[in-house]
Write a protein that binds this ligand. Structure first.
Ligand SMILES: [Zn+2]
Length: 328
């Protein structure tokens, strides 16, 4: 079985973006220490719009130059460790401003790629990938959409082929969510660890150009979310996120999670890490060839780092922990 640990390498997008040190550098270093110890590889989906914005504004602000240097060094360290960096796109960076030492986001009509017209959208993908490739030892070929908003994929198909982005890991089978910013529906996605597709990420096409490695999903109980939302307040030393920013809030989704069973990703963030083993066992039971687990450096806690280290320790000799690629 292939276990693909994936991390969206990004700041927060709510009222406070958080610091590079707390959201990226410190937690990622902790992750790399674990991967180094057990000789395993992971995939880091780098928020390339952020990287491009840093590069553009660094000449004007010394603080951003320092952030860029720290991020660039870490992207190199990730690859030296054997893990890979791949393309993650949050296009709201198009409208982001840097004011009084803070990022200010305007999410209106720019949270997801499909908010832009065809020409703008393709240009964003081209320039974000070109920027990320400056920091990658090999051209990037794997994609994860910001907020999982990859639909309608038909609009991205042409530019992805042009740029040889052949692999995607944005789909979370069984999960759907629509709000002011988000819009995705993966309820009809194939229940497979890997499949090829052409113009729709939820429809398998044996002759399709693209390969999907869906993020594994799990059915969570309301009790799980009561614990998840409560533990950070009760036991901050173990359960407070390492990242020091604020999420873009989705109150409706939170209410649903607290009141009924809901599908969501299998993740190593915070309290989600308690379900990794159960999800792996279920994938083995279903004889799947792999499982993709998502995480965020900013979302790691002391608790989840311990859980993840124990998970790697237990399974690194039994299963293959590999970075995502067309060949895994
Ligand atoms: Zn993201």
């Amino acid at each position: 079985m292939n276990i693909q640990l994936t991390f969206d390498y990004e700041l927060f997008f709510g009222k406070r973006a958080g610091s590079v040190e707390k959201c990226l550098i410190e937690p990622t270093n902790a992750l790399l220490t674990i991967f180094q110890r057990y000789g395993i590889q992971a995939t880091f989906f780098v928020d390339a719009g952020y990287l491009l914005k840093l590069k553009e504004l660094a000449p004007q602000f010394q603080s951003l130059q320092n952030d860029l240097d720290a991020v660039a060094n870490q992207l190199q360290a990730i690859q030296v460790q054997g893990s890979s960096i791949q393309l993650h796109i949050h296009p709201h960076w198009e409208k982001a401003r840097y004011q009084n030492g803070n990022w200010v986001f305007d999410m209106e009509n720019c949270y997801k790629l499909s908010d832009f017209n065809q020409g703008e959208m393709e240009e964003i993908v081209r320039k974000y990938k070109a920027c990320l490739d400056l920091y990658s030892t090999v051209p990037t070929t794997v994609f994860r959409a910001g907020g999982w908003c990859i639909q309608p994929f038909q609009r991205l198909m042409k530019v992805f082929k042009e740029l040889k982005i052949q692999v995607d890991s944005s789909v979370i089978p069984n999960v759907q969510f629509a709000s002011e910013q988000y819009d995705f529906d993966f309820t009809t996605a194939p229940q497979k660890a890997r499949y090829t597709f052409e113009n729709d990420v939820c429809v398998e096409d044996k002759n399709g150009f693209f390969t999907e490695y869906p993020i594994a999903s799990f059915r969570y109980s309301p009790l799980f979310y009561w614990r998840l939302y409560g533990l950070g307040r009760l036991f901050p030393s173990q359960h407070k996120m390492m990242g020091d920013g604020l999420f873009l809030t989705q109150p409706k989704r939170k209410n649903t999670q607290l009141s009924q069973f809901t599908w969501n990703h299998v993740s190593c963030d915070g309290f989600y890490a308690t379900k990794m083993k159960a999800a792996l066992k279920s994938a083995l039971h279903n004889e799947q060839q792999g499982i993709v687990i998502i995480g965020h450096p900013k979302g790691m806690t002391q608790f989840s780092l311990k859980k993840l280290a124990a998970f790697c320790k237990q399974y690194h000799n039994i299963h293959a922990f590999k970075a995502l690629s067309i060949n895994t």
